[in-house]
Design a protein around this ligand. Structure first.
Ligand SMILES: Cc1ncc(COP(=O)(O)O)c(C=O)c1O
Length: 412
């Protein structure tokens, strides 16, 4: 559990400031038990008897986290050949990995299907035809774009007028391509977007997908994608996963009773890992700026948008907790800013903080999803290490990058 006890923030039973001391800052810290709880909660919520949770590792591909999920029996949603390769190398069963790429080349399909033996979920008619020429008489899955989407930001909406998936109007041509190349359509997939807190869009997507599924007799699974949102602050109402899961199970049971058995797949990323991680960063500078009567306080930290891009990219809001002053009155309103040369380099705008000073450790909360996995070396800054707290052990699962790492691909 990641919780405040007295004035301290704890990850599992370990004080966050002690982790910062031991591993340096900035550092990503994950609580493996929270990963486990989130996974099991979703499993329980979706009461369908043949359910496969395909963890979307784009959210967080830390190997410690992946091993926990593998041991729980999770499958893997891979959106690049490298994610698929990592899954295979970590021992996820190939039949429980699905490769859902976008703008996919023949070379990528040769690798994923030909070398890894992983099922390809095609994103377009063009890709299906190319797949059929490369791998005739095999199995394939198709991603459908149902014409509507949802998400926490327009960049996170994938259904509708977007680059993703095959529109239902092209399913006739899909059938032709399947026949031409002797392909068996074993999966029908959709993913409408990310960070959705309302059950209805998922249910609508499931209803429409199942309606289309009745046209394909070889189907082994329907995959309704991920996108299960989490609240990032007290003003956001959590998704009612129990309600959603119950309704979803009913829809698929009903389909199965009419058209025959299918497996149900879901692809949660954020829901599993979002609340399981924090980014610990140290205050290095506090400054007050006054311009034309307007006043602002900037709390400068030793991390930035290169390590957590969600606030800069999506205007996302992450709560900030001062690791050793967690129960102090929040008397300071300030922007928590990083060390990157961009005015958009804000980790938390207008955050309510206690009186902080240089040396204090701040925890950027709910940073387990799309944190490290979207990080970069912008400004030639190394990425932070990742620490996993799990079953009473605190372990470095990825070391801090060095200047040498950044120069590894340079040809001199
Ligand atoms: C195909 C696919 N499945 C699943 C996900 C996981 O989304 P989320 O982390 O919101 O559950 C994504 C992310 O956008 C995705 O592209």
């Amino acid at each position: 559990m990641i919780e405040v006890v007295g004035s301290h923030l704890y990850v599992g039973s370990v004080r966050a400031d002690r982790i910062a001391e031991a591993y340096g800052t900035p550092v990503y810290v994950y609580d493996g038990e929270v990963v486990e709880e989130n996974y099991l909660r979703l499993r329980r919520a979706i009461g369908y008897r043949d359910l496969e949770i395909m963890y979307a590792c784009k959210a967080n591909s830390n190997v410690g986290v992946l091993r926990i999920l593998r041991d729980l029996g999770s499958g893997l949603d891979a959106v690049s050949p490298w994610e698929a390769l990592l899954g295979v190398e970590l021992g996820f069963p190939r039949e429980r990995i699905l490769f859902t790429g976008t703008s996919v080349s023949d070379e990528e399909m040769r690798f994923v299907r030909g070398e890894l033996g992983v099922l390809v979920n095609v994103d377009s008619l063009s890709q299906l035809r190319r797949y059929g020429r490369l791998f005739p008489e095999t199995e394939v899955s198709v991603r459908v774009n149902l014409g509507f989407g949802a998400g926490h930001h327009r960049y996170a909406v994938t259904g509708g007028l977007s680059k993703f998936g095959v529109p239902p109007g092209q399913l006739g041509a899909v059938g032709d391509a399947l026949r031409e190349h002797g392909l068996r359509l074993v999966g029908l997939h959709t993913h409408i977007g990310s960070g959705i807190l309302d059950a209805e869009p998922f249910l609508e997507a499931a209803r429409r997908l199942l309606e289309l599924a009745s046209r394909f007799p070889d189907l082994e699974f329907v995959d309704v994608g991920g996108g299960f949102g989490i609240p990032y602050g007290p003003s956001e109402r959590p998704l009612d996963v129990e309600l959603l899961g119950g309704e979803l199970a009913k829809l698929v049971e009903d389909f199965a009773s009419r058209y025959g058995h299918v497996r149900l797949r879901v692809e949660p990323g954020r829901f599993i890992v979002g609340s399981a991680g924090v980014l610990l960063t140290r205050v290095v500078d506090v400054k007050e700026v006054e311009v034309g009567g307007a006043r602002k306080v900037f709390v400068g930290v030793d991390s930035g948008m290169n390590h957590l891009i969600r606030p800069a990219l999506y205007g996302a809001r992450h709560e900030v907790v001062a690791a050793t002053k967690a129960d102090w009155p929040r008397v300071l309103r300030a922007d928590v800013v990083g060390n990157i040369c961009e005015s958009g380099d804000v980790l938390a705008a207008d955050a309510e903080l206690p009186e902080v000073e240089e040396g204090d450790v701040l925890a950027i909360m709910n940073a387990g999803a799309y944190g490290y996995s979207m990080s970069s070396n912008y400004n030639l800054r190394p990425r932070p290490p990742e620490v996993l707290v799990y079953r009473g052990e605190t372990r470095l699962t990825r070391r801090r990058e060095t200047f040498g790492d950044l120069m590894r691909t340079v040809e001199l």
